[in-house]
Design a protein around this ligand. Structure first.
Ligand code: 13P
Length: 255
């Protein structure tokens, strides 16, 4: 379960959010049953990392540069994230693909350097509303996967989590239906099976993001190919985020 804080919180609120989430996860006995990562804004990584201490909650960056180092004003390298104790990074969030024009060629380079640095990469894919309305959702997502995985070896790609985030569901209050999410997740696994093999496809985590909240989480996580969630708005309230983690734990213990 990932909490993508996006460009939210200030330093004090970010640290408090991490502390509150940690306490609620521990109180709910969820620390061992759900793998949790939080993705604060870059400037707060170190402080939030300190708040997380030696807990099981991973710290992650919201992006990294495709470059290792050098004259790239404003960029943050994968090695810098590692230096601050981050163990994960989001690559290709739709707010970067569509908001900042990042394409699969760039994202493939970012993915490669993130994995080389030892980070767990959360690779986001997802179609726009017009692509879905045109019946091209699965083809668009398949092309994004092929474009980003490129020639990565299965060994390197083992540390990729795929996040299906339909663009029209992000921050809109409109989630994919559990059936639509399941269908896309199964399709994603099919592409991973083609790129690697069925064992790889079965073991890769495919998580859903887009207007997940404490109320709708369980129905989505109940679907067999949904392995978790990438949560935006609802991750900014510790209680909501932990309720979503609990919904996931309950869904999995019921199967
Ligand atoms: P919301 O949960 O706010 O829709 O955001 C989803 C998202 O973009 C997570 O990365």
């Amino acid at each position: 379960m990932g909490g993508n804080w996006k460009m939210n919180t200030d330093l004090a609120a970010g640290v408090e959010l991490a502390e509150d989430a940690l306490a609620a996860l521990a109180a709910g006995g969820l620390e061992q049953s759900v793998d949790v990562a939080v993705f604060p804004p870059f400037p707060y990584l170190q402080s939030v990392g300190r708040a997380l201490g030696h807990s099981n909650v991973l710290l992650g960056g919201q992006d990294c540069s495709a470059e290792a180092s050098g004259a790239f004003t404003g960029q943050v390298s994968a090695a810098m994230l590692c230096d601050l104790g981050a163990r994960s990074v989001i690559i290709g969030h739709s707010e970067r693909r569509h908001g900042l024009g990042e394409d699969d060629d760039l994202l493939r380079e970012k993915l490669a350097i993130a994995l080389e640095s030892g980070l767990v990469a959360v690779l986001c894919v997802g179609e726009t509303l017009s692509q879905r309305d045109d019946g091209r959702a699965e083809a668009v997502v398949a092309a994004q996967l092929r474009g980003c995985f490129g020639t990565l070896t299965a060994e390197a790609a083992m540390r990729v989590v795929v996040a299906y985030e339909p663009v029209w569901a992000i921050g809109t209050g409109r989630t994919a239906s559990p059936d639509d999410a399941q269908a896309m997740h199964a399709s994603i696994r099919g592409v991973l099976g083609d790129l690697y093999d069925s064992a790889f496809a079965a073991r890769t985590r495919v998580i859903y993001g887009g207007s997940v909240n404490a109320k709708n989480a369980r129905a989505i996580f109940d679907r067999p190919d949904v392995d978790g969630g990438l949560i935006g708005g609802a991750s900014l309230k510790a209680d909501d985020f932990v309720s979503i983690c609990r919904a996931a734990a309950e869904a999995w213990s019921a199967t």
